[in-house]
Design a protein around this ligand. Structure first.
Ligand code: ASP
Length: 439
């Protein structure tokens, strides 16, 4: 059994958290490859080391004095060293980094040092081998992740290493320059390591006990999702739920390696499992509810639209020519509605409308703004009758007017459009009927 374990910034924010991390790792001998983030916030008022690094580098790149900010970074690491009683010193590393900042080695280099230094400390504390991510994670000249080279080199490098710490978030170009993933990218590194070493499980340790069925800012104390498929997670993440970086599932997905989201502060919780497929029914018919505000619908009507060949294509052409991507497209016999992001659409509204007029000569175009989309996702919906009926009767009882319905043909999700102001109420109504009523 081989496990890759990734610890997020809040799991490694100070010496007390490092102690918990070591306890977790020592508890299971299979936890052989460890991917750390940079130290995160210790409390609500604190700043992440990554943000301090960006701040210091912004000063350095304008030839300003960055020593005050850099001192804060040094203090963060030194307090971890002191708190754990380690003998290691990072003084030489700090000197090199400051020198490179002055020589303007790049923002990505700067940001990556948070994970690099934390990796050095964690490897020393665990007595694991330190493997610099710059030597095993690669990007091509266009800045895209070079999967083929990475998997090959990383596999060979780790093959004979029994236990290693590999810092998250960055890799290198072929000329050695450092490049980072987007923010939160240590999740991706963990997934890449899991794939390279052919791990049995990728454990992602964070500060929550997995995914919630619904946003805890809307539902008090929501239930946790025990098991979710990669596809369901994509649907939920796309519509706003975030615990894991959305690109983190791709490396492991191909190999079918399950991801287990765990809570460093509550290691006894089982967390959430993300799997390729499962015959296991979810506890509730639905797996999760999420959504976003700020959409706009463009409703086009024309008599006999259904028999006019190419009508839909011409409507979409108007959006494409204005460089606007559409989210959904529910349609009727003589009507067609295009749902778009309000911010993106508003500045080009009149240009789109006049192009639709020119290309399709509709009877009317009606625009409605301030809409929210809610996604109800669940593999269980396929095999159960009346799911949408229950959603709509719950919404009717909650006095929410449904503006749009769109059920994906895979029966994995139902998208519901409501007014922005009804968003929270609608989510509560759906949660109540599927989750609370089942407990
Ligand atoms: N430290 C980086 C960030 O704050 C990457 C990560 O934590 O995954 O975005």
């Amino acid at each position: 059994m081989k496990k890759v374990v990734k610890f997020g910034g809040s799991s490694l924010s100070g010496a007390d958290q490092f102690i918990k991390v070591k306890e977790i790792i020592d508890l299971d001998k299979a936890r052989r490859y460890v991917v750390p983030s940079a130290p995160g916030k210790r409390d609500g008022k604190d700043t992440k080391v990554t943000d301090l690094l960006y701040e210091a580098y912004a000063l350095a790149s304008r030839d300003k004095d960055f020593s005050r900010v850099f001192k804060k970074i040094e203090d963060r690491y030194n307090s971890i060293i002191e708190g754990l009683g380690l003998e290691i010193s990072l003084a030489d590393e700090f000197r090199t980094i400051k020198k490179n900042f002055k020589q303007k080695t790049g923002e990505d280099y700067a940001a990556s040092r948070g994970e690099y230094l934390n990796g050095l400390l964690l490897a020393d504390y665990l007595k694991y081998t330190f493997v610099d991510a710059a030597e095993v994670v690669f990007f091509d000249d266009d800045g895209n992740f070079d999967s083929a080279k990475t998997y090959k080199v990383m596999h060979e490098r780790l093959e004979d290493v029994e236990r290693a710490v590999i810092p998250g978030f960055y890799g290198s170009y072929s000329d050695g320059r450092i490049k980072t993933f987007s923010r939160g990218g240590s999740d991706i590194t963990g997934s890449i390591v899991a794939r390279s070493v052919k791990a049995d499980v990728y454990e992602n340790w964070t500060d929550v006990s997995g995914f919630f069925v619904a946003d805890p800012r809307i539902i008090t104390d929501p239930e946790t999702i025990e098991m979710i498929t990669y596809t369901e997670l994509r649907e939920l993440a796309y519509m706003g739920a975030s615990v894991l970086h959305e690109d983190a599932i791709f490396p492991v997905r191909r190999e079918g390696i399950p991801i287990n989201i765990r809570n460093t502060n509550k290691p006894e919780d089982k967390g959430s499992w993300i799997v390729q497929s499962t015959g296991q029914k979810s506890k509730f018919i639905i797996t999760g509810i999420t959504g976003k505000k700020g959409f706009c619908s463009v409703n086009i009507e024309k008599d006999k639209m259904n028999s006019e060949v190419g009508f839909g294509r011409r409507v979409l052409q108007a959006f494409e020519d204005n460089d606007i991507s559409f989210e959904h497209m529910p349609s009727g016999i003589d009507t067609m509605t295009i749902i778009v992001h309000q911010d993106e659409f508003m500045e080009k509204e009149q240009s789109v409308v006049s192009e639709i007029n020119r290309l399709t000569h509709p009877d009317s175009i009606d625009i409605e703004s301030d809409l929210a989309l809610i996604a109800v996702v669940g593999r269980g919906m396929k095999s159960s009758k009346g799911t949408s009926g229950r959603i709509f009767s719950a919404l009717a009882h909650a006095n929410v007017n449904v503006k749009m319905i769109d059920q994906g043909s895979s029966e994995l999700n139902i998208i519901i459009g409501v007014k922005n102001e009804d968003f929270e109420n609608a989510i509560r109504a759906i949660y109540n009927i599927f989750v609370l009523a089942r407990l």
